[in-house]
Design a protein around this ligand. Sequence first.
Ligand code: NAD
Ligand code: DAU
Length: 334
Amino acid sequence: MKKILVTGGAGFIGSNFIAYMLQKYDDCKIVNLDKLTYAGNLENLISVEKHPNYVFVKGDICDRAVTDAIFKEHQIDHVVNFAAESHVDRSILGAKIFVETNVLGTQNLLETAKTFGVERFLQVSTDEVYGTLGKTGFFTEETPLQPNSPYSASKAGADMMVRAYYETFKLPCVITRCSNNYGPYQFPEKLIPLMIANALNDKPLPVYGDGMNVRDWLYVEDHCVAIDVAMRSGKNGEVYNIGGHNEKPNIEVVKLILEKLGKPESLITYVTDRLGHDRRYAIDASKIERELGWTPKETFETGMEKTVNWYLEHKAWWQRIISGEYQKYYDLLY
Ligand code: NAD
Ligand code: DAU
């Protein structure tokens, strides 16, 4: 029985990962440590909350007493660290919490893992640590780190800390760096769910700048499979890029959403650009494909079909979010 500490498991990708793992394996126990920030939502976990191999702990990855107690009580042998402040726009409004959670929180988890010992520590990182691309080229694992936002700088800081614990203490670590995810349970501050929610509410769709910034989209379950593969079969000290070759300019994504929902393009509103807005991301995922045999299942078309349908079928989930505390943040930004 693997005993896996999943942090940030009440967020978007973490909750999808827990559901995927518990459905796929009978021989893994999952302890989900989540602080339940604005982005953490236990509703994301209703499919697993009564599962005999699932335990939820409300707490902070920065808190050594909490992480020590979890390792002791559950004899953790694997860590998958999703917990993070994850939104670029919020990091522009206030960077401190990003350093606290993303850098110091990761360091605390590494220290706890070093003290108790683990078979694997997997750090869920992002392609944003590589900075931005021009019109051509791809991020490989050898691309130098050149983060441009406080968010990506804090994720790069965490990656460097993971590297240091591998090099210095031989802690068995693997880092994955994935491109933009989309799918069920994504918080409606991110591009795709925000545009779906606004379109369904006949509200303006705020497109930053000229709408020609490019992101490389991956359906969330494909990311979850890749993390599982890297956790099981990755080589210690290695980085694995994850992506699905779905590069799209933002405006194309927004127009596709409007078309799928039967809403007019007149809802599109160009707004002031994000500060330091990275122009283009594109991932070369050939290493994980070649060395670990991972390939994505969904195309952008099939993934978007599933995603739009999920938001149509789960209006209560996102309406509850956008009518609460989140509205204050939205009014501040737009
Ligand atoms: P999210 O914002 O939806 O979820 C983050 C979760 O972490 C929330 O449940 C929150 O409550 C929890 N959390 C925050 N601070 C915490 C703390 N101090 N202690 C414990 N829990 C805490 O994020 P997401 O989009 O699911 O991203 C998960 C991870 O994947 C992040 O590390 C992010 O950098 C990385 N990532 C995300 C994407 C993407 O497109 N969303 C792509 C690549 C990598
Ligand atoms: O690349 C991986 C990263 O993808 C993750 O590490 C981050 O956690 C995740 O938030 C995401 O970052 P982005 O900044 O790329 O995602 P976001 O959904 O915020 O924005 C996607 C693009 O859409 C980006 O070019 C900015 C643009 N955008 C976004 C919003 C919220 C708009 O034009 N309008 C908007 O209202």
